[in-house]
Design a protein around this ligand. Structure first.
Ligand SMILES: Cc1cc2nc3c(=O)[nH]c(=O)nc-3n(C[C@H](O)[C@H](O)[C@H](O)COP(=O)(O)OP(=O)(O)OC[C@H]3O[C@@H](n4cnc5c(N)ncnc54)[C@H](O)[C@@H]3O)c2cc1C
Length: 497
């Protein structure tokens, strides 16, 4: 059943004019290149207003199916209407304070990782299929992370997929326990999956490639797929997370996402351009990083707003006057600090979103400068939100203990920390890239970074002389590595997009 504002919006999609309706909740911020259609935003807000987390994962999945069927956000909007894609994530993130991370993760896994990967590396037919999945309310999961790989998912893909030229099919396998897909969201409910596996043609490895396949048919797992529950979590138990084992699962040739590479009639692997398909899959991580960064900010904005509402109304004793808790100096200061810091990050993440939206529309990869800015924005939004929310919790007394205060869902921010690029991994990468640049030109760049590079190189040199391997020497200097990353991020943020 469509609500009034959804009908209005869908009418406007069909060209019928509609009246602007201001939205009730104003926490989601918009800094996008293209202005958001407010009818659309209101319709999406209404469609998701009554989210609940005290439902089982089947019911939660059913809600996402229904949301998909409204057509408010299409699988292709990531390319055609990227601002809507980001705004939808922001609107949903406001609910995380009350309901935890479950539905937000479910949503982003379906729209960004599953549909987004098909959009990035699928052929025309595969992209067109997204509309059919949507109309039928079919949900997709994204099977990338493996047990051994952990946060380094993508770097290690042991799942194998062999092309059988006689049958014209693929054979998907989990060769060992470490290769099991791990933590896969919607693993108990998805109808489809995009799976990442090492493609082998005529016995030769071609590296990780993406395939879209049936996961369940009529609600039953496809033959050869085994799933089991990851177990009870601190938050987000309305989201099903599974490990997955593939045992000789046969896939049709058409399952290979083949915009950039395919298998020819005579069974040869053909790379259609210089672009490596896996690099294009990585593009989804950039949209994900911005969406996650913004979600962390929305969560924090909402938690601070709820807490302030409480402390504005909580009278405290004083010999002089009738103060409320919000006027206690340390609390007043943290509210002030939060507003100032949020404004800085809102602007930075908004600029990154606008720049990336431009790339998405043009189907171009982001520049290396934008990639670094997106990594920085993701780390800063998440880490600063963890710090601010934690500090707020220490200052509001018993309120923070109450189940409905919002503080019990703070592990949402932990999910943000390792999703779409763990903070530590992103920071290590920024430091590694900086050291590479330093090895080419030791004098270029800002003095703080140069000093840290020298310190790191000297420390590693000593360690190697003492018999350590390069990796051991790098690990031994881990504090300098992260200090260097901090310096790089400070510069990237200052330079802006
Ligand atoms: C709720 C939830 C939903 C998820 N959904 C999906 C999904 O749908 N699809 C999917 O493919 N994946 C999914 N994941 C997986 C997720 O993206 C991470 O890859 C996974 O959580 C890694 O967890 P881990 O504890 O095994 O990491 P580990 O590899 O054990 O890492 C633990 C911590 O150690 C540190 N660390 C590890 N290695 C290094 C290193 N080399 N250098 C520096 N620090 C390091 C990091 O701080 C890291 O946070 C999901 C995870 C969760 C929790």
């Amino acid at each position: 059943m469509l609500r009034a504002s959804q009908r209005l919006f869908l009418a406007s999609r069909r060209g019928v004019s509609s009246t602007f309706q201001p939205h009730r909740l104003n926490s989601a911020r918009t800094f996008s290149a293209e202005p958001i259609n407010q009818d659309w935003a209101e319709a999406f807000r209404e469609a998701t207003e009554e989210l609940q987390s005290d439902v089982g994962f089947q019911e939660s999945a059913e809600r996402l199916r229904n949301l998909c069927r409204t057509d408010l956000l299409r699988g292709t909007d990531l390319r055609d209407e990227p601002e809507r894609f980001f705004e939808a994530h922001r609107i949903l993130a406001r609910h995380a304070v009350t309901h935890g991370p479950g539905f937000w993760i479910r949503f982003t896994v379906h729209y960004n990782l599953f549909a987004g990967t098909i959009l990035a590396v699928g052929n025309e037919q595969q992209v067109n299929d997204l509309a059919n999945f949507q109309a039928e309310g079919k949900l997709g999961c994204f099977s990338l992370t493996e047990k051994l790989a952990g946060v380094q998912s993508g770097l290690v893909v042991q799942t194998t997929i062999d092309y059988d030229q006689d049958k014209g099919t693929f054979n998907l396998n989990t060769p060992n326990e470490g290769a099991r897909k791990n933590w896969i969201s919607q693993g108990f409910t998805a109808d489809k999956t995009v799976v990442l596996a090492d493609l082998r043609v005529k016995g030769e490895s071609k590296g990780p490639h993406a395939f879209v396949m049936d996961f369940r048919k009529d609600g039953k797992l496809v033959d050869g797929i085994i799933v089991d529950d990851m177990g009870k979590k601190t938050v987000g138990n309305d989201l099903d997370n599974a490990w997955i084992h593939f045992d000789n699962v046969e896939l049709p040739k058409e399952s290979m996402l083949s915009k950039y590479a395919h298998i020819s009639e005579d069974g040869e692997y053909v790379l259609k351009s210089k672009v490596r398909p896996f690099d294009m899959i990585g593009q989804r991580l950039y949209t994900g990083r911005i969406a996650v960064g913004q979600a962390a900010l929305e969560y924090r904005r909402q938690l601070f707003a709820q807490t302030k509402e409480y402390s504005d109304n909580k009278r405290t004793f004083a010999f002089d006057g009738e103060p409320v808790l919000s006027e206690i100096p340390q609390l007043e200061a943290i509210y002030q600090e939060n507003e100032e810091k949020l404004a800085v990050l809102d602007k930075f993440v908004g600029d990154c979103e606008a720049a990336l939206a431009d790339c998405l529309r043009k189907d171009e990869p982001p520049s290396s400068q934008l990639v670094d800015a997106i990594a920085t924005v993701k780390v800063k939004c998440v880490e600063e939100s963890i710090d601010m929310c934690h500090r707020l919790k220490q200052e509001v007394g018993s309120f923070a203990l109450m189940a409905d205060s919002g503080f019990s869902t703070m592990d949402f921010l932990n999910c943000c920390k390792f999703a779409e690029g763990d903070s530590r991994i992103l920071m290590s990468k920024l430091a590694r890239d900086r050291i590479k640049a330093f090895s080419k030109d030791a004098k270029a760049g800002n003095p703080e970074e140069i000093a840290l590079c020298k310190q790191l190189v000297a420390g590693m040199g000593e360690a190697v002389k003492g018999g350590k391997t390069q990796q051991q020497a790098w690990d031994g200097e881990w504090r300098t590595v992260y200090n260097l990353a901090e310096a790089v991020m400070a510069r990237v943020q200052k330079e802006g997009v």
